[in-house]
Ligand binder design. Structure first.
Ligand SMILES: [Zn+2]
Length: 404
C-alpha cells in the first residue's frame, strides 16, 4: 500500500477524488496533501443535480485540515467548474469542505467543539489561526443551526437585559422557560426588542399569540413591548427584581441614617444579604443593630416581610399579605420604602401573577452568568454580533449538525 492510499482512506475520499501526492516538511512542520480527480472525471451540477456534467476549467484551492500530530495539514485540489446543459458553468461542491471556507469540515467541527469550552481567542492561539477566521466559522454554524430552529412549542418566555460590553450597551435575552434555551438576543433594552423577538419567533415557526406567560422586570419599556407585541401574554413581574427594589430602598435608608449613626457604616452587606448567607459574627452584628431602634432596622423588617409575601400558600393569601404590607410600608415614614411600595403597588397584578404562573427570571440569571463568564474569559467581545453568536452557541440548545 502506498502512503497516498493510506491518506485516501484516512480522508474518506471516494472516486473520482483521490490522493495524488503527500509532502512532509519537517522544518516547517507541515503536511501538504494534494487531491485530484481522475482524468475525464465528471461531476453532478451543484444547482440542479444533473449527473455527469463535463469539466469546463479548474482552479487550485487550499484548505486547512486537522493537524497531523504536530504538523499543520493542508489539502490542495484543483476545483472544477462544470458545464451544465441547463445552468451553464458552475463551480462544483467538494465533499470535504463547504463552499467559500478555507477549512475542511472536520477542522470546523473541531473548532466548534473548542469554542464551546474556551474563548475563541484561546482556540485561535491553540490552532495558530487569527480569531476573525474562527469567528467566521462560528457565525456560519450558529446561523445555519438557528435557521433550522423550531419555536412552535414556545408558550412561556422570560425576558431580561444583560450588559453587552463593559456596561455601556445592552442586549435583551428572550428565554424559553420550558425548554430552558435562549430563543433570541436583541440589541438594546427598549420596547422594540419585543417587536424584534415577535418577528423572529414567527420566522421560526412560532407565533406571538401562542405566548401565554411572560416574566419581566418592572421597566416600562418591556411592559409596553409585551402589551403591543405579545397580546395574549399575562405578565409576571420577576420576584428577584421586586425584592431588589425593596432592598435598594433599605440601602437608601441606611446611607441617609449612617451620617448620624456611625455604627451603620460598612454594614451594607448585613442588611442586603439573606441571613443564611451571613457568618456567625455577621449574624450577631445584624442581631445587635436590629435591636437599636434604627430606621434601617425598620426598613430591614419591611424587606423581610416583603420577601415573606412569596411564601404565602395561595394567590388569595398573597393578595391579602401584599395589601397589608403596603399599608405598613406606606405608614413607615421612610421615604425610600414608601417610594418602593408605590412602585410595587402600581404593578400589583403582575406581582400577584407569580402565585399563578410561578415563573421567575432565575433561569436567565444562570444563562447570564454563563455568558458573562465567557465574556470575561474573552476579555469582551469586539461586537455584539459575536456576543450573540456565543450566547446562542452556549445557551441556545441548537442542533449544529456538525460533520463527524
Ligand atoms: Zn444544472
Amino acid at each position: 500500500m502506498r502512503d497516498t492510499d493510506l491518506m485516501q482512506l484516512a480522508l474518506g475520499l471516494i472516486p473520482p477524488w483521490m490522493v495524488k501526492a503527500c509532502a512532509f516538511d519537517a522544518e516547517k512542520r507541515r503536511l501538504d496533501i494534494e487531491i485530484d480527480f481522475a482524468k475525464g472525471g465528471r461531476f453532478p451540477c451543484p444547482q440542479c443535480g444533473t449527473a455527469d456534467c463535463p469539466v469546463h476549467d479548474t482552479s487550485m484551492q487550499e484548505w486547512r485540515h486537522l493537524d497531523f500530530f504536530q504538523h499543520q495539514a493542508f489539502l490542495h485540489a484543483r476545483v472544477a467548474r462544470i458545464t451544465c446543459p441547463d445552468c451553464g458553468v458552475k463551480q462544483i461542491a467538494v465533499p470535504w469542505a463547504r463552499a467559500g471556507s478555507g477549512f475542511t469540515l472536520l477542522f470546523e467541527a473541531v473548532i466548534m467543539t473548542l469554542v464551546t469550552a474556551m474563548p475563541v481567542r484561546a482556540a485561535a492561539r491553540l490552532v495558530k489561526e487569527h480569531d476573525t477566521r474562527l469567528w467566521r466559522i462560528v457565525h456560519h454554524w450558529v446561523e445555519a443551526a438557528r435557521a433550522r430552529a423550531d419555536f412552535a412549542s414556545v408558550k412561556r418566555v422570560a425576558i431580561d437585559e444583560t450588559a453587552a460590553r463593559r456596561g455601556h450597551n445592552y442586549v435583551t435575552l428572550f428565554v424559553d422557560i420550558d425548554q430552558r434555551r435562549v430563543l433570541f438576543v436583541a440589541d438594546g433594552r427598549d420596547a422594540n426588542t419585543v417587536a424584534a423577538f415577535a418577528d423572529d419567533l414567527e420566522a421560526h415557526n412560532g407565533d406571538a399569540s401562542r405566548i401565554k406567560e411572560v416574566c419581566i422586570d418592572m421597566s416600562g419599556a418591556f411592559i409596553k413591548g409585551v402589551d403591543y407585541n405579545l397580546t395574549e401574554a399575562e405578565i409576571t413581574f420577576d420576584k428577584f427584581h421586586a425584592v431588589k427594589l425593596v432592598n435598594d430602598a433599605v440601602d437608601k435608608v441606611r446611607r441617609a441614617e449612617s451620617k448620624d449613626r456611625p455604627e451603620l457604616k460598612r454594614s451594607r452587606y448585613l442588611w442586603l444579604k439573606n441571613e443564611r448567607h451571613l457568618s456567625a459574627e455577621q449574624s450577631a452584628s445584624l442581631d445587635m443593630l436590629s435591636r437599636m431602634h434604627l430606621k434601617t432596622a425598620r426598613a430591614y423588617r419591611l424587606r423581610l416581610a416583603f420577601q415573606g409575601i412569596y411564601d404565602q400558600p395561595s394567590p388569595g393569601w398573597g393578595e391579602l399579605i401584599l395589601d397589608r404590607w403596603y399599608s405598613w410600608a406606606i405608614r413607615s415614614r421612610l421615604e425610600p420604602i414608601k417610594d418602593a411600595a408605590r412602585t410595587i403597588m402600581r404593578h400589583r397584578d403582575g406581582i400577584l401573577r407569580w402565585f399563578t404562573s410561578k415563573i421567575a427570571n432565575g433561569l436567565i440569571e444562570g444563562i447570564n452568568s454563563l455568558v458573562q463568564a465567557a465574556k470575561a474569559k474573552a476579555r469582551g467581545y469586539r461586537s455584539t454580533r459575536n456576543l450573540k453568536a456565543i450566547t446562542y452557541l452556549i445557551a441556545g440548545k441548537l442542533d449544529l449538525r456538525l460533520p463527524t
